[in-house]
Design a protein around this ligand. Sequence first.
Ligand SMILES: O=C(O)/C=C/c1cccc(O)c1O
Ligand code: FE2
Length: 312
Amino acid sequence: MTQALICMSHSPLLEHTNPPAEVKAAVEAAFDQVREFAREFNPDLVINFGPDHYNGFFYDLMPPFCIGYEALGTGDYNSWEGPINVPTGTAEDLAAYVIDQDIDTAISRKMEVDHGAVQPMEIIFGGLDKTPVIPIFVNSVARPFTKVSRVRKFGQAVGEYFRNTDKKVLFIGSGGLSHDPPVPQIATATEEQRAFLTEGRHPTPEARAAREANTINTAIKFAAGEATIMDLNPDWDRAFLEVCKSGNVEAFDAYNADDMDAAAGHSSHEVRTWVAAYSALRACGEYDVTYEFYQPIKEYIAGFGVTTAVLK
Ligand SMILES: O=C(O)/C=C/c1cccc(O)c1O
Ligand SMILES: [Fe+2]
């Protein structure tokens, strides 16, 4: 087995809100499962498809995809801060291969990645300085969105690059499922929010703390039934998980941005990272989903999913 997959939701609220004890325990058990899966697989390299929440990527230049040649964590919500162990030569070769497949991608020699990209790595490996990882940004918050079919083809190209490798490669997708946290959107943003969305890099500690407090307060209200954000959508989440399980990655193409917003919230686009990761694995061969956890968790503002998959 030279390729495997973990796709999982993330939430910066894991350490900040308190779901019922049995829910918290179930999430911890799911995390134990993926840790054990990764320990057994013992990857040589991780390909980490992650979103960003206006910590690394802004409207001053917003690509649909970006392959990190070198990267660092932004440290938002106390997530990984500082250098990440990226094998630069492999990342360069990968980007050249993807572009040769007619899929244009941005690249970065100084990519900044936030909690959305790093949280699974922290949960699974305890950090981003050990197992080599190539971080790949998939735009999941900032309209206009590339079509989901394009994300599938991007993931497929990444997977093809590793199809014949003798290295053990773990594809990770981070985010989703249905959720609508209070991340501003450009179409409805105030002047101040527009300025932030356009060039809000490296906020002051006070601005960062205010943003994080707003998310935490929203989650507490959401759990109490008092927030105005969109509800989670377990039916939508379960249908998406069925597509993942089916192995028919072309079925992802039926998803479109407007429907996703309306049915599953403005951050449901984070499932694009799952689309890329599952499509990468499928490019290496037919697969089986070997583990699935799902629970809608308001305290985490997330239809929370965790899956693993291996080649048949
Ligand atoms: O504040 C943010 O940038 C995002 C918060 C959040 C909350 C819940 C689930 C997620 O996936 C998030 O990124
Ligand atoms: Fe997120």
